[in-house]
Design a protein around this ligand. Structure first.
Ligand code: SF4
Length: 237
């Protein structure tokens, strides 16, 4: 794979050649995803457009579309999952299947709705058969998520599942160990809990998930404090 400098040099050569051929205005059918990993400020929509044709890892071959992320671009709470699944790959949005409906319920239980948070994944293309993303796929895609986080500047992050937590926090610690304390990602408080898809398969983990999201809500109230109190305990997911 080309390094960053070689890609920039190739792009420069391409533009010089095109301007010689067509003057100042020409159509460029180019994958700009490499620039999107390091480029300066832009809107999330522009960023999304830039990586829609990303070919930076093998997941580009099997996906239907890049699932960029969705929600409030000024969200104070971000949810980070693992990867798009079958439904997400079809619809182009994160957490839209059964796991997504459960995530909506979990968020509602602590007073949030989907529209006020921002939801994204560690990798933006569906791994075949919903396998875990490979390290090299994560290495290519994680800079996109990190840039999204830098643009949104959430105050708290809810990391959903082992793959999301370990990759976001750059650690091999177990999920149970990461759940025990509030974590940090670049000065942002991170609460780790089970992935809703795992929760669907293991409903006995509901109580622990309820405890994790209560921790999250208390943390949010301490840092942000802009939500009305939860008057009664909602259903435990
Ligand atoms: S998973 Fe990420 S790096 Fe890989 S092709 Fe999709 S957008 Fe690009």
């Amino acid at each position: 794979m080309l390094n960053q400098e070689s890609k920039i040099e190739l792009t420069k050569e391409y533009f010089i050649q095109q301007s010689e051929l067509y003057g100042k205005e020409f159509y460029a059918d180019v994958d700009f995803s490499f620039a999107a990993k390091s480029a300066g400020p832009e809107t999330l929509s522009e960023f999304n457009l830039k990586i829609q044709n990303c070919q930076d890892c093998p997941l580009s071959k099997s996906r239907t579309q890049v699932v960029f992320g969705s929600g409030n671009p000024r969200a104070k709470l971000m949810c980070v999952g693992e990867a798009p699944g079958y439904e997400e790959d079809k619809q182009g949005k994160p957490f839209v299947g059964a796991a997504g409906q459960l995530l909506d319920k979990i968020l509602a239980a602590i007073g949030f709705n989907r529209e006020e948070v921002y939801i994204a994944n560690i990798v933006k293309c569906r791994p075949p058969g919903n396998r875990d993303p490979e390290p090299k796929e994560v290495a290519e895609c994680l800079p996109f998520l990190k840039k999204q986080i830098a643009m949104i500047q959430p105050k708290c992050i809810l990391a959903l599942g082992r793959v999301a937590a370990q990759n976001l926090l750059a650690t091999r610690q177990s999920l149970s160990s990461l759940r025990r304390t509030v974590q940090q990602f670049e000065n942002i408080q991170v609460v780790v809990t089970y992935h809703p898809a795992a929760l669907l398969r293991n409903p006995q983990w509901k109580r622990q998930t309820w405890e994790d999201v209560q921790t999250l809500r208390k943390l949010y109230d301490k840092i942000v404090g802009d939500k009305p109190p939860i008057l009664s305990k909602a259903s435990e997911t």
